[in-house]
Design a protein around this ligand. Sequence first.
Ligand SMILES: Cc1cc2nc3c(=O)[nH]c(=O)nc-3n(C[C@H](O)[C@H](O)[C@H](O)COP(=O)(O)OP(=O)(O)OC[C@H]3O[C@@H](n4cnc5c(N)ncnc54)[C@H](O)[C@@H]3O)c2cc1C
Length: 469
Amino acid sequence: MLDLISQLRSALGDKAVIASTPEMAPYETDWRRIYNNKAVCVVLPETTAQVAAVVRLAGAAGVKLVPQGGNTGLVAGGVPVAGPPQIIMNLQRMNKIRALDATSDTITVEAGVTLQAVQEAAARAGRLFPVSLAAEGSVQIGGAISTNAGGIQVLAYGSMRAQVLGLEVVLADGRTWNGLRVLRKDNTGFDLKQIFIGGEGLLGIITAAVLRLHPAVTAHATALVGVPNIYAAVAVFKAMQVQAGQAVSACEFITAGALALGLAHSPAIRLPFTSANYVLVEISAHAPGQGVQEILLSALEPLLEDGIASDVVVAQSERERADLWRIRETLSDGELAAGGSIKHDISVPISDIPVLVAAVETLVAYRFPGFRLNIFGHLGDGNLHVNVRPPAGRTLADVGPSKAAITEAIESLAMSYGGSFSAEHGIGQMRLEGMAAHKSSVELDLMRALKTALDPQALLNPGKMLPEP
Ligand SMILES: Cc1cc2nc3c(=O)[nH]c(=O)nc-3n(C[C@H](O)[C@H](O)[C@H](O)COP(=O)(O)OP(=O)(O)OC[C@H]3O[C@@H](n4cnc5c(N)ncnc54)[C@H](O)[C@@H]3O)c2cc1C
């Protein structure tokens, strides 16, 4: 390994190769601090040519590579697995914006540029980059593409897959595929970029991307709505869609329990009213003169009159809007600070959300008494984070043996409603059992065939996404 480390140092420079234990530690541990395995070293390439050089050196030495972005992934896809020697390749130094074309509405960025930096560059040019999530200050574009990240505006703009026009990828054999196309239309054979989007670093290392920009939002109308139950929450969403159509850009569901953890973690946040459940809804206008505030109010009034909504606060300024969003953004951190949970990231058809939630409540109450449900998520996408906290006074470590049974039961329930067991976070190391349990053998065979074709030495991101046959 010493030989390999010195070869990497000559290829990248001394500072770009970290091999000391304390400095490597943050790269070896996942965001939830559950998975932690040793790496040979961490490399920080600055150019596509350096990425390719590392791939060739690692391949020649038979050492595996773990691509890593902001390391905010929630399924431990970007950290090493136990077993084979692995190098972590973090793309943070590939952080240049290569081009922005406001006429074509495209931005070309290196993989290590953060999601927030892309949003800010777009805003400076009077445009919008719509993918937004709580960890956006750390998430790198390469990580967001490799996980096909969703976030709070999928409803209006789609996930990362819908934003990617072109990619530059270093393949497992060290060659670079330049697919940095800036085109809206290009029917010239297989659309190769699609296999790397959501590919979790198994098929290649993304080094740059062309992303689609959108017209800037001219006005928002944002409301926090109190609702008695999940049935009423879905009714609020539907009423908004009937009134505002595609202008509904976000619709988030929050239970009082989830909110309590968030507020305990962020005591500065002011809650305008209390309710059993909340819906945070936003309507966006893309042209001056579209009265989004009026549209929002006309959708909310009948809901209040009929008792579907118990309380409503509508943001009157950008500051009040930011305050409402802070309530949503603190939920994951609040849960983590309270000791974490057995996490689930499921989706079902929106019409089945209420029955799914009722079924989950019954399941947990009867099969896992004492465990506490913590549900929140992207209601408008049919995607809920159905997280299960240990009984009061016990930690996640105490309840280890129950974890697999709880996850199996909740994921199977989602599947029984025609849903997904992993809506937006991906598979990584954490959802391998779900892949084995819920994906058909045909689908797994096709995925393995792709992996073997592109990475016959199984160099890239071992032990992730694809369960052993
Ligand atoms: C507070 C919080 C809120 C979140 N909210 C959301 C949300 O609303 N919606 C959502 O979808 N996700 C959410 N996430 C999950 C996470 O932020 C996303 O999955 C994000 O896209 C991961 O990006 P990253 O740069 O941190 O990637 P990492 O975690 O570093 O890596 C993720 C995966 O991508 C691979 N990878 C990373 N970079 C590259 C590259 N350049 N080439 C090839 N493979 C690569 C890694 O190997 C790994 O498999 C949230 C996470 C946190 C902590």
